[in-house]
Design a protein around this ligand. Structure first.
Ligand SMILES: Cc1cc2nc3c(=O)[nH]c(=O)nc-3n(C[C@H](O)[C@H](O)[C@H](O)COP(=O)(O)O)c2cc1C
Length: 285
């Protein structure tokens, strides 16, 4: 997959055309999923595709930001065996599917939820596996944001239309530290390690409410990933945010340099990470 190209284009899509996605494309997506990237090898994950009529009304007041469910022609429901890091594993695989879908012209969006058992119940899913991800899927209905210039009459001449393609992102300088917490990394140093692109594209990763909770510490050949703990963010959302950035960073480094493997947990060295952050994982580059 051309990760750089896709990552620089993809966005969350919340308004979809009613038409269903071409059956051959859905088949290709399924095949990709079966062979796609995994974060943890031995966790069984089942993906169920359901239609609008099977999901939208049922979850209307139970999923999405402020329980505002997203209407789409298809939904992917990821059910996982409950093992260590099963949420991160499902999040990583779901995001990889979303990138693949985008490469096929199919848009998507994460849909958050509080209680997976309630969602399963509402959808009539009888399974021992845990609900690990819920994704809306379909063709994008193009939307435009219309900004009216202040203090002027609303006529077509003073209406500015902008594409709503982008959500804002923090800069690499805010997110990447060198050797210890708080010491900003020098981009030249990141180039020397071959890591700049990994961060450049990595920080385009989606996150819950776009909170961009990730921070990195580059320490010689080690990249440490720390994630912000917010009281309003559940463990589930924090883990999905973690998994998504792991995928983005890894996919870019692998497409430019070499394979890397993330390890969960923290290295022995004390990086003086403040108490509202926690080290989630690290890798050797
Ligand atoms: C764990 C997670 C849950 C999310 N839940 C929702 C949601 O329920 N509704 C929604 O509209 N967007 C949801 N999003 C999408 C984010 O708001 C979006 O990725 C972020 O604002 C950045 O925008 P972008 O993806 O267009 O770059 C979620 C994203 C993640 C990673």
């Amino acid at each position: 997959m051309k990760y750089k190209e896709i990552i620089s284009e993809i966005k969350s899509v919340r308004v979809y055309k009613k038409e269903e996605v071409d059956a051959n494309l859905l088949k290709e997506l399924k095949q990709y999923y079966e062979q796609g990237k995994r974060l943890v090898d031995d966790i069984e994950v089942e993906v169920i595709r359901k239609s609008r009529d099977e999901v939208f009304e049922q979850l209307k007041d139970y999923a999405g930001y402020n329980d505002r469910m997203i209407e789409a022609p298809h939904y992917l429901i990821f059910l996982s065996e409950e093992k260590d890091h099963y949420i991160e594993n499902a999040g990583y695989r779901a995001q990889d599917i979303m990138l693949k879908a985008w490469s096929l012209g199919i848009a998507s969006c994460w849909i958050t939820f509080e209680d997976g058992e309630i969602i399963k119940n509402k959808l009539g899913i009888d399974s021992d596996k845990k609900l690990a991800a819920l994704i809306a899927l379909g063709y994008e209905e193009p939307q435009f944001k219309v900004l009216y210039e202040k203090g002027k009459y609303n006529t077509s001449s003073n209406v500015k239309v902008i594409d709503d393609n982008t959500s804002e992102r923090l800069g690499i300088r805010d997110l990447v530290f060198s050797k210890e917490w708080g010491k900003k990394a020098d981009p030249d140093e990141l180039v020397n390690y071959g890591l700049l692109e990994g961060f450049f594209y990595g920080i385009l990763a989606p996150s819950y409410k776009n909170r961009q909770p990730w921070r990195f510490i580059v320490d010689n050949g080690t990249v440490v990933l720390a994630v912000k703990k917010d009281i309003y963010v559940t463990e589930y959302k924090e883990k999905i945010d973690t998994a998504v950035i792991m995928l983005y960073f890894e996919a870019i480094i692998e497409s430019t340099l070499y394979d890397i493997t993330w390890k969960f947990g923290k290295p022995e060295k004390d990086y003086k990470v403040p108490c509202d952050y926690k080290i989630a994982a690290y890798c050797i580059v």
